[in-house]
Design a protein around this ligand. Structure first.
Ligand SMILES: CC(C)(COP(=O)(O)OP(=O)(O)OC[C@H]1O[C@@H](n2cnc3c(N)ncnc32)[C@H](O)[C@@H]1OP(=O)(O)O)[C@@H](O)C(=O)NCCC(=O)NCCS
Length: 295
Protein backbone atom coordinates (compact mmCIF):
# COMPACT_ATOMS: atom_id res chain seq x y z
CA UNK A 1 0.00 0.00 0.00
CA UNK A 2 1.27 3.52 -0.85
CA UNK A 3 2.35 5.57 2.19
CA UNK A 4 0.01 8.49 2.85
CA UNK A 5 1.90 11.78 3.19
CA UNK A 6 -0.01 14.64 4.78
CA UNK A 7 1.28 18.25 4.50
CA UNK A 8 0.19 20.98 6.92
CA UNK A 9 1.35 24.24 8.51
CA UNK A 10 4.24 23.77 10.96
CA UNK A 11 3.58 24.11 14.70
CA UNK A 12 5.63 24.66 17.77
CA UNK A 13 4.98 21.06 18.83
CA UNK A 14 6.85 19.80 15.71
CA UNK A 15 10.03 21.22 17.13
CA UNK A 16 11.53 18.14 18.85
CA UNK A 17 10.93 15.81 15.91
CA UNK A 18 12.22 18.37 13.41
CA UNK A 19 15.32 19.25 15.42
CA UNK A 20 16.10 15.55 15.81
CA UNK A 21 16.06 14.78 12.11
CA UNK A 22 17.97 18.00 11.33
CA UNK A 23 20.80 17.09 13.70
CA UNK A 24 22.90 15.46 11.01
CA UNK A 25 21.73 17.19 7.82
CA UNK A 26 25.28 18.36 7.03
CA UNK A 27 28.58 17.34 8.59
CA UNK A 28 28.43 20.52 10.73
CA UNK A 29 24.76 20.09 11.68
CA UNK A 30 22.03 22.41 10.43
CA UNK A 31 20.88 26.03 10.74
CA UNK A 32 17.18 25.08 11.01
CA UNK A 33 17.09 24.98 14.86
CA UNK A 34 18.50 28.53 14.93
CA UNK A 35 15.77 29.96 12.71
CA UNK A 36 12.80 27.71 13.64
CA UNK A 37 11.16 30.08 16.16
CA UNK A 38 11.53 33.05 13.82
CA UNK A 39 10.16 31.05 10.87
CA UNK A 40 7.04 30.05 12.79
CA UNK A 41 6.29 33.68 13.66
CA UNK A 42 6.89 35.25 10.25
CA UNK A 43 4.03 37.25 8.79
CA UNK A 44 5.13 36.72 5.22
CA UNK A 45 6.44 33.25 5.73
CA UNK A 46 5.26 29.75 6.41
CA UNK A 47 6.76 26.45 7.46
CA UNK A 48 5.17 23.36 5.94
CA UNK A 49 5.55 20.03 7.67
CA UNK A 50 4.90 16.62 6.15
CA UNK A 51 3.71 13.83 8.40
CA UNK A 52 3.44 10.09 7.92
CA UNK A 53 1.18 8.34 10.46
CA UNK A 54 1.12 11.58 12.43
CA UNK A 55 4.91 11.80 12.73
CA UNK A 56 6.69 14.89 11.30
CA UNK A 57 9.11 13.59 8.65
CA UNK A 58 9.91 16.60 6.49
CA UNK A 59 9.83 20.38 6.34
CA UNK A 60 10.23 23.30 3.99
CA UNK A 61 10.11 27.04 4.55
CA UNK A 62 8.53 29.59 2.25
CA UNK A 63 8.77 33.36 2.37
CA UNK A 64 6.87 35.88 0.27
CA UNK A 65 9.54 38.52 -0.30
CA UNK A 66 7.65 40.74 -2.72
CA UNK A 67 4.07 40.54 -3.95
CA UNK A 68 5.31 38.63 -7.00
CA UNK A 69 8.19 36.55 -5.61
CA UNK A 70 8.64 33.68 -3.22
CA UNK A 71 11.76 32.12 -1.74
CA UNK A 72 11.96 28.51 -0.60
CA UNK A 73 14.54 27.24 1.86
CA UNK A 74 15.17 24.57 4.45
CA UNK A 75 13.83 21.53 2.59
CA UNK A 76 14.62 18.57 4.85
CA UNK A 77 13.40 14.99 4.93
CA UNK A 78 14.14 12.68 7.86
CA UNK A 79 16.80 10.30 6.47
CA UNK A 80 14.58 7.28 7.35
CA UNK A 81 11.80 8.61 5.12
CA UNK A 82 13.71 9.69 2.01
CA UNK A 83 12.74 8.62 -1.52
CA UNK A 84 9.11 8.31 -0.49
CA UNK A 85 7.92 11.54 -2.11
CA UNK A 86 8.03 13.69 1.06
CA UNK A 87 10.00 16.64 -0.40
CA UNK A 88 7.95 16.44 -3.59
CA UNK A 89 4.69 16.63 -1.62
CA UNK A 90 5.85 19.58 0.50
CA UNK A 91 7.22 21.51 -2.48
CA UNK A 92 3.98 20.97 -4.42
CA UNK A 93 2.09 22.35 -1.43
CA UNK A 94 4.43 25.36 -1.34
CA UNK A 95 3.78 26.01 -5.03
CA UNK A 96 0.00 25.82 -4.51
CA UNK A 97 0.23 28.17 -1.53
CA UNK A 98 2.41 30.65 -3.46
CA UNK A 99 -0.05 30.59 -6.35
CA UNK A 100 -3.02 31.11 -4.05
CA UNK A 101 -1.24 34.16 -2.62
CA UNK A 102 -1.05 35.64 -6.11
CA UNK A 103 2.73 35.46 -6.52
CA UNK A 104 4.31 34.69 -9.87
CA UNK A 105 7.72 33.18 -9.34
CA UNK A 106 9.28 30.76 -6.85
CA UNK A 107 13.03 30.48 -6.41
CA UNK A 108 15.56 28.63 -4.31
CA UNK A 109 19.24 27.65 -4.41
CA UNK A 110 20.93 24.37 -3.87
CA UNK A 111 24.57 23.30 -3.98
CA UNK A 112 25.84 22.02 -7.34
CA UNK A 113 26.87 18.82 -5.52
CA UNK A 114 23.38 18.19 -4.06
CA UNK A 115 22.22 15.44 -6.43
CA UNK A 116 19.05 14.63 -4.46
CA UNK A 117 17.78 18.20 -4.37
CA UNK A 118 18.60 18.80 -8.04
CA UNK A 119 16.64 15.72 -9.17
CA UNK A 120 13.63 16.58 -7.00
CA UNK A 121 13.58 20.13 -8.39
CA UNK A 122 13.95 19.10 -11.99
CA UNK A 123 11.16 16.56 -11.61
CA UNK A 124 8.96 19.35 -10.28
CA UNK A 125 9.73 21.50 -13.32
CA UNK A 126 12.13 23.99 -11.70
CA UNK A 127 14.71 25.37 -14.15
CA UNK A 128 18.33 26.27 -13.29
CA UNK A 129 18.71 29.97 -14.19
CA UNK A 130 21.97 31.19 -12.63
CA UNK A 131 25.08 30.13 -10.72
CA UNK A 132 26.56 31.88 -7.72
CA UNK A 133 29.70 31.39 -5.65
CA UNK A 134 30.76 32.43 -2.18
CA UNK A 135 34.41 33.50 -2.22
CA UNK A 136 35.86 34.24 1.20
CA UNK A 137 38.87 36.20 2.39
CA UNK A 138 40.25 37.07 5.79
CA UNK A 139 43.10 38.98 4.23
CA UNK A 140 41.88 42.53 4.83
CA UNK A 141 44.47 45.06 3.82
CA UNK A 142 44.75 48.72 2.95
CA UNK A 143 44.89 49.02 -0.83
CA UNK A 144 44.86 51.57 -3.58
CA UNK A 145 41.80 51.72 -5.77
CA UNK A 146 41.65 54.06 -8.75
CA UNK A 147 38.20 54.54 -10.11
CA UNK A 148 35.88 53.26 -7.39
CA UNK A 149 33.89 55.25 -4.88
CA UNK A 150 30.65 55.17 -2.90
CA UNK A 151 27.69 55.71 -5.20
CA UNK A 152 25.79 58.98 -4.78
CA UNK A 153 22.07 58.89 -4.03
CA UNK A 154 21.29 60.69 -7.29
CA UNK A 155 22.97 57.97 -9.35
CA UNK A 156 20.10 55.49 -9.14
CA UNK A 157 18.97 56.23 -12.70
CA UNK A 158 22.44 55.99 -14.23
CA UNK A 159 23.25 52.74 -12.40
CA UNK A 160 19.87 51.28 -13.25
CA UNK A 161 20.46 52.03 -16.95
CA UNK A 162 23.87 50.40 -16.69
CA UNK A 163 22.31 47.25 -15.21
CA UNK A 164 19.73 46.99 -17.97
CA UNK A 165 22.53 46.41 -20.50
CA UNK A 166 24.78 44.39 -18.22
CA UNK A 167 25.76 40.84 -19.14
CA UNK A 168 26.38 40.05 -15.46
CA UNK A 169 22.93 41.23 -14.41
CA UNK A 170 21.50 38.96 -17.07
CA UNK A 171 23.65 36.01 -15.97
CA UNK A 172 22.70 36.61 -12.35
CA UNK A 173 19.04 36.41 -13.43
CA UNK A 174 18.75 39.96 -12.01
CA UNK A 175 19.27 38.73 -8.42
CA UNK A 176 21.26 39.84 -5.40
CA UNK A 177 21.80 38.03 -2.11
CA UNK A 178 21.61 38.82 1.58
CA UNK A 179 23.14 35.90 3.46
CA UNK A 180 21.94 32.84 1.49
CA UNK A 181 18.66 34.44 0.43
CA UNK A 182 18.37 35.87 -3.07
CA UNK A 183 15.99 38.66 -4.16
CA UNK A 184 15.24 40.37 -7.44
CA UNK A 185 17.34 43.51 -7.81
CA UNK A 186 14.79 46.10 -8.86
CA UNK A 187 15.17 49.85 -9.09
CA UNK A 188 13.67 50.30 -5.61
CA UNK A 189 16.21 47.86 -4.11
CA UNK A 190 19.04 49.67 -5.81
CA UNK A 191 17.78 52.99 -4.46
CA UNK A 192 17.78 51.55 -0.94
CA UNK A 193 21.38 50.33 -1.26
CA UNK A 194 22.42 53.81 -2.41
CA UNK A 195 20.53 55.53 0.40
CA UNK A 196 22.17 53.25 2.95
CA UNK A 197 25.64 53.88 1.48
CA UNK A 198 26.06 50.24 0.58
CA UNK A 199 26.86 50.67 -3.11
CA UNK A 200 30.28 51.08 -4.69
CA UNK A 201 30.52 52.24 -8.30
CA UNK A 202 33.37 52.04 -10.77
CA UNK A 203 33.58 54.67 -13.49
CA UNK A 204 35.35 54.79 -16.85
CA UNK A 205 37.48 57.63 -18.26
CA UNK A 206 34.33 59.50 -19.29
CA UNK A 207 32.87 59.29 -15.78
CA UNK A 208 30.25 56.73 -16.84
CA UNK A 209 29.32 53.88 -14.51
CA UNK A 210 30.93 50.64 -15.66
CA UNK A 211 30.85 48.60 -12.46
CA UNK A 212 28.77 48.13 -9.32
CA UNK A 213 29.27 46.33 -6.00
CA UNK A 214 26.50 46.11 -3.44
CA UNK A 215 27.39 45.21 0.14
CA UNK A 216 25.66 44.44 3.42
CA UNK A 217 26.61 43.63 6.99
CA UNK A 218 23.85 41.05 7.53
CA UNK A 219 26.53 38.43 8.18
CA UNK A 220 27.72 40.54 11.12
CA UNK A 221 24.17 40.96 12.44
CA UNK A 222 23.11 37.33 12.01
CA UNK A 223 26.31 35.47 12.77
CA UNK A 224 27.67 37.94 15.36
CA UNK A 225 30.98 38.29 13.57
CA UNK A 226 32.90 41.29 12.41
CA UNK A 227 32.27 40.58 8.74
CA UNK A 228 30.85 42.02 5.54
CA UNK A 229 29.34 40.45 2.47
CA UNK A 230 29.02 41.44 -1.14
CA UNK A 231 25.45 41.08 -2.35
CA UNK A 232 26.06 41.73 -6.02
CA UNK A 233 29.15 42.43 -8.16
CA UNK A 234 28.99 43.69 -11.73
CA UNK A 235 31.66 44.87 -14.15
CA UNK A 236 34.64 43.62 -16.15
CA UNK A 237 37.81 42.19 -14.62
CA UNK A 238 39.40 45.60 -13.97
CA UNK A 239 36.26 47.09 -12.45
CA UNK A 240 35.76 44.08 -10.16
CA UNK A 241 39.40 44.21 -9.09
CA UNK A 242 39.32 47.93 -8.36
CA UNK A 243 35.97 47.87 -6.50
CA UNK A 244 37.11 44.92 -4.37
CA UNK A 245 40.28 46.81 -3.48
CA UNK A 246 38.12 49.78 -2.47
CA UNK A 247 35.92 47.50 -0.37
CA UNK A 248 38.93 45.85 1.27
CA UNK A 249 40.37 49.23 2.23
CA UNK A 250 37.03 50.28 3.66
CA UNK A 251 36.85 47.05 5.68
CA UNK A 252 40.41 47.57 6.86
CA UNK A 253 39.51 51.08 8.06
CA UNK A 254 36.40 49.90 9.87
CA UNK A 255 37.96 46.85 11.48
CA UNK A 256 36.03 44.24 9.47
CA UNK A 257 37.89 40.94 9.68
CA UNK A 258 36.39 38.88 6.89
CA UNK A 259 34.61 39.38 3.57
CA UNK A 260 32.09 36.89 2.17
CA UNK A 261 32.32 37.61 -1.53
CA UNK A 262 29.02 36.44 -3.00
CA UNK A 263 28.92 36.83 -6.76
CA UNK A 264 27.39 35.43 -9.87
CA UNK A 265 29.76 32.80 -11.27
CA UNK A 266 31.05 35.01 -14.09
CA UNK A 267 34.69 34.50 -15.07
CA UNK A 268 35.90 38.14 -15.27
CA UNK A 269 34.61 38.72 -11.74
CA UNK A 270 35.67 35.45 -10.11
CA UNK A 271 39.15 35.80 -11.71
CA UNK A 272 39.51 39.29 -10.24
CA UNK A 273 38.46 38.05 -6.79
CA UNK A 274 40.89 35.12 -7.04
CA UNK A 275 43.64 37.55 -7.99
CA UNK A 276 42.98 39.27 -4.66
CA UNK A 277 43.15 35.99 -2.78
CA UNK A 278 39.44 35.19 -2.40
CA UNK A 279 39.11 31.45 -2.80
CA UNK A 280 36.78 29.83 -5.30
CA UNK A 281 34.81 27.09 -3.50
CA UNK A 282 34.54 23.47 -4.71
CA UNK A 283 30.82 23.75 -5.34
CA UNK A 284 28.53 26.48 -6.62
CA UNK A 285 25.04 27.54 -5.68
CA UNK A 286 22.58 26.80 -8.46
CA UNK A 287 19.55 29.07 -8.63
CA UNK A 288 16.34 27.32 -9.61
CA UNK A 289 13.10 29.01 -10.47
CA UNK A 290 9.59 28.09 -11.41
CA UNK A 291 6.97 30.40 -12.89
CA UNK A 292 3.61 29.83 -11.31
CA UNK A 293 1.76 30.22 -14.58
CA UNK A 294 3.07 26.68 -15.21
CA UNK A 295 1.52 25.24 -12.02
C1 LIG B 1 16.82 16.70 -0.86
C2 LIG B 1 15.80 16.00 0.02
C3 LIG B 1 14.98 17.08 0.73
C4 LIG B 1 14.90 15.13 -0.87
O1 LIG B 1 13.87 14.62 -0.06
P1 LIG B 1 13.01 13.32 -0.39
O2 LIG B 1 11.79 13.41 0.47
O3 LIG B 1 13.84 12.11 -0.25
O4 LIG B 1 12.63 13.52 -1.93
P2 LIG B 1 11.51 12.76 -2.76
O5 LIG B 1 11.20 11.43 -2.16
O6 LIG B 1 10.35 13.69 -2.95
O7 LIG B 1 12.27 12.54 -4.13
C5 LIG B 1 11.59 12.66 -5.38
C6 LIG B 1 12.49 12.16 -6.49
O8 LIG B 1 13.72 12.87 -6.50
C7 LIG B 1 14.79 11.97 -6.83
N1 LIG B 1 15.72 11.81 -5.70
C8 LIG B 1 15.50 12.06 -4.39
N2 LIG B 1 16.60 11.78 -3.68
C9 LIG B 1 17.52 11.33 -4.55
C10 LIG B 1 18.85 10.89 -4.42
N3 LIG B 1 19.46 10.83 -3.22
N4 LIG B 1 19.51 10.52 -5.54
C11 LIG B 1 18.91 10.58 -6.75
N5 LIG B 1 17.65 10.99 -6.94
C12 LIG B 1 16.97 11.36 -5.86
C13 LIG B 1 14.15 10.64 -7.15
O9 LIG B 1 13.89 10.62 -8.53
C14 LIG B 1 12.89 10.69 -6.33
O10 LIG B 1 11.89 9.91 -6.85
P3 LIG B 1 11.99 8.30 -6.70
O11 LIG B 1 12.42 8.02 -5.29
O12 LIG B 1 10.58 7.87 -7.01
O13 LIG B 1 12.98 7.87 -7.72
C15 LIG B 1 16.47 15.06 1.07
O14 LIG B 1 17.39 14.23 0.40
C16 LIG B 1 17.19 15.80 2.19
O15 LIG B 1 16.60 16.12 3.23
N6 LIG B 1 18.50 16.05 1.99
C17 LIG B 1 19.29 16.79 2.98
C18 LIG B 1 18.93 18.26 3.01
C19 LIG B 1 18.98 18.90 1.64
O16 LIG B 1 19.85 18.65 0.82
N7 LIG B 1 18.01 19.79 1.39
C20 LIG B 1 17.88 20.52 0.16
C21 LIG B 1 18.58 21.80 0.27
S1 LIG B 1 18.19 22.80 -1.15
Amino acid sequence: MKTRIYVRKGRDSDRDAVFRFCEKTWSWGDYVPKVWDRWLKEENGRVFVATINGIPVGISHLSIDKPHEVWLSGARTNSNYRRMGVATAITRRCLEYAKKKGTQIVRLVTGSDNVAAKVVLQKLGFKPVAEFVEMITENITLERSKKSRWAEKNQTGAIWNYLQNSETYNRAAGLYTILYHWFSLEKEDLKRFLEEQKAIVHENEKGEVDGLTLIDNATAREWHENTMQTCYIDGDYNAALDMTRFLRSYCYGSGVKKIYGFTCNHKPITTALEELGLELPDSMEIMYEKRLSEV
